[in-house]
Design a protein around this ligand. Structure first.
Ligand SMILES: Nc1ncnc2c1ncn2[C@@H]1O[C@H](COP(=O)(O)OP(=O)(O)OP(=O)(O)O)[C@@H](O)[C@H]1O
Ligand SMILES: O=P(O)(O)OC[C@H]1O[C@H](OP(=O)(O)OP(=O)(O)O)[C@H](O)[C@@H]1O
Ligand SMILES: [Mg+2]
Length: 303
């Protein structure tokens, strides 16, 4: 294999829920690469970075063993592997650098929709199908409850109907998969999103410097994602009230508009708001006399 150890190695999911967002994020950080469908490794063209594409389950261990420098993985998989390796006395340390805001889902208990649910404690001794026995075990143990594990790494939702289990504990986002399988979500046991992790061991200075640069850029991408550039025309005498409606836009730029005179003079207001503007806020701005209201996405920010 021709991997150069001086290059920063980042593992992402090869194909699945996190793949597209992980690749997009790396591009937004200025890493230029071409992903070929069957290639497991992509060399960045403009930075000393190699991107490895693997099963998401393998990412935590690769980082915990120090084989890979950084990884993007769901917190659910990360913590499950951590608990498993701790139980097996294997290296289980890593540094969580930043939660990334995508891959948001919850790990929930679900039972057949026609059954009554009293409490998680009432599942004591029951068979629960899951791919996350350790996260589930930790949650139930805290309630003094135990369960019989039916380990399934896919098609967990069919287990109750197939007579394999009394309940399941699986990932839920919209709930459509549960509904399609005649199940209902009864208790959330863990909330997850994708996160960026680093190996525990210190990096050599050049790699650390590259990580620092990527982290500054990441902060810029994440803040930009939550911010919006607002432009509007506002009656000069309503500026105070209008600015109050714009979250995080304390110091707007005010510019004169050509050909405006008299009592009802309007000015242009430009501001960066720290959140997106909801329709309700835009309607309130209009009610105050604002017009030509534009809300634009921001690609990058460096403060
Ligand atoms: N419905 C969902 N909505 C949002 N995020 C999700 C959803 N389902 C899973 N995820 C997140 O995406 C991660 C990957 O999910 P995916 O279903 O692609 O995994 P997988 O089938 O185990 O893939 P692999 O082949 O890499 O092992 C999950 O561990 C979780 O963090
Ligand atoms: O609540 P929902 O919006 O229906 O999402 C939940 C489903 O999403 C995930 O599977 P995915 O679709 O990624 O496919 P997989 O089962 O092949 O991993 C997860 O394992 C659930 O089955
Ligand atoms: Mg997996």
């Amino acid at each position: 294999m021709t991997t150069d150890k001086t290059r920063l190695r980042i593992a992402i999911q090869k194909s699945g829920r996190l793949s597209r967002d992980s690749e997009k994020l790396l591009s937004q950080l200025g890493v230029k690469f071409v992903m070929r469908d069957n290639r497991l490794i992509a060399h960045a063209e403009n930075l000393p970075i190699d991107i490895l594409r693997v099963r998401d389950d393998d990412i935590p261990a690769l980082v915990m063993d120090g084989i890979i420098d950084l990884g993007i993985v769901g917190q659910n998989v990360l913590e499950e592997v951590e608990l498993e390796r701790q139980a097996d006395a294997m290296p289980a340390r890593y540094r969580e650098l930043k939660a990334l805001g995508f891959g948001k889902c919850r790990l929930s208990l679900a039972i057949p929709e026609d059954e009554e649910f009293a409490s998680a404690e009432a599942l004591d001794g029951k068979i629960i199908a899951t791919s996350y026995p350790r996260l589930l075990g930790r949650y139930l143990a805290a309630k003094g409850t135990s369960f019989k594990n039916c380990q399934l790494n896919g098609s967990v939702e069919v287990a109750p109907r197939a007579g394999l289990a009394d309940a399941i504990c699986d990932l839920v986002s919209t709930g459509a998969t549960l509904e399609a399988n005649g199940l209902k979500e009864v208790e959330v046991i863990y909330r997850s999103q994708a996160t960026l992790i680093a190996r525990e061991q210190a990096f050599e200075p050049a790699k650390q410097q590259l990580i620092d640069t990527l982290m500054t850029r990441l902060q810029g991408v994440l803040s930009a994602r939550e911010s919006k550039y607002i432009m509007l025309h506002a009656p000069k005498n309503k500026l105070g009230e209008i600015v109050k409606l714009l979250p995080g836009a304390e110091n707007p730029t005010i510019l004169p508009l050509a050909g405006q005179e008299g009592e009802e003079v309007k000015v242009a207001l430009h501001a960066v708001a720290s959140e997106t503007l909801f329709w309700e806020t835009m309607e309130a701005l209009k009610a105050l006399g604002a017009s030509s209201i534009l809300v634009l996405p921001i690609e990058k920010m460096l403060e």
